[in-house]
Design a protein. Structure first.
Length: 342
């Protein structure tokens, strides 16, 4: 019985071709005709050949790994981004090293361990603005793309970014709710250290103020960006003597909790209160939720970030790129014109 691992040389000898041909065929190189590629790939699978990652990295000076730094994966928008990134990177034979900032205080140490060639590039999609780790990563001089968040101050011109128009999205919510006749509007939001929260809130507040209906601070509930906040914030705002006729939730994830709050309080949506989210997650369109929201194209954004990072890994030069995707209002059943006697 053979105890040594099967090598590319072993596959080449069985196939009757050169080792370089085997290497190209297993990479899907079009210089090897399709029939030969298929035969070599089938033979390698039959023989149990597994590429020697360390040996390959010594030759290519690459790890064939990419780090994805994500926010808390309990928030459904993050898995959408992560899954899209993983699928795209897999097409180019990159493994993904996934890190999440769910455990406070450990993420920065984990990220610093990436230095020294452990990965070929990083996609950073954690929403926090206040961590100094982003500035550090920019200085490491490894390919880095910031996805679905922004950076403060002068760092913006030093790193590739892929975002959506959060400022415009916040304005959209205010404009549509005002057009529906809502003037007493609740707002369930998150920490201002979250760049998306900060910009959506700014757009929302500015649009209300411009129309002469500034946001009543009594109707603002701020906590973590999760469904629990939507539930507790919804119960609080809808329990006020003069409750709002509409509530804007900073994400769909928060809005799910607020919809639960209306059920617990015996209120109808949208008859008693309109509820609006943000993101347009897949489940937001399910008939049981039917959530009015703002759509940002998360999958398109993730693909753009992946392509940008792969280009940088392959040596693409040039000034840092900022790709900003547009957003759109999605009218569904949880928001309707305000009727005064409600």
């Amino acid at each position: 019985m053979r105890n040594k691992p099967v090598t590319g040389y072993d596959v080449a000898r069985r196939a009757g071709v050169s080792q370089s041909t085997v290497s190209r065929a297993l990479r899907g190189d079009p210089r090897v005709i399709q029939k030969t590629r298929d035969e070599i790939q089938a033979l390698a699978k039959e023989m149990g050949y597994v590429p020697h990652v360390t040996a390959r990295s010594l030759i290519t000076r690459r790890s064939s790994s990419i780090a994805v730094v994500s926010g808390d994966l309990r928030n459904p928008s993050y898995p959408t981004l992560v899954n899209t990134l993983q699928d795209r990177f897999a097409r180019d034979d990159y493994r993904v090293l996934l890190m999440s900032d769910r455990t406070e205080g450990t993420l920065e140490a984990d990220i610093r361990a990436l230095r020294g060639g452990l990965v070929d590039g990083v996609v950073f999609i954690s929403a926090r603005l206040d961590s100094p780790i982003v500035s550090e990563m920019i200085d490491w001089n490894i390919p880095l793309v910031i996805l679905n968040r922004d950076v403060d101050g002068g760092e913006a011109g030093r790193v590739d970014r892929v975002t959506s128009d959060n400022l415009g999205g916040g304005r959209l919510v205010a404009e549509h709710l005002l057009d529906m006749g809502h003037t007493r509007i609740g707002f369930i939001t998150g920490p201002l250290a979250n760049s998306s929260v900060k910009l959506r809130e700014q757009g929302f507040r500015d649009a209300l103020t411009r129309e002469g209906v500034p946001l009543d601070e009594e109707l603002v509930y701020r906590a973590a960006v999760d469904a629990k906040t939507g539930l507790e914030g919804g119960i609080h705002l809808l329990g006020l003597p003069d409750r709002p006729s509409a509530i804007f939730c900073i994400t769909d994830y928060v809005a799910f909790g607020t919809l639960d709050a209306t059920k617990r309080l015996g209120l109808g949506v949208p008859d008693d209160v309109s509820v609006v989210g943000y993101n347009d997650l897949d489940i937001s369109g399910w008939s049981i939720l039917d959530l009015t929201t703002v759509r940002q194209p998360l999958e398109d954004m993730a693909l753009a970030a992946a392509e940008l990072l792969l280009a940088r890994i392959d040596g693409a030069a040039g000034t840092p790129v900022h790709r900003q995707f547009g957003v759109e209002w999605v009218q569904r059943g949880t928001a309707a014109p305000h009727v005064a006697d409600h």
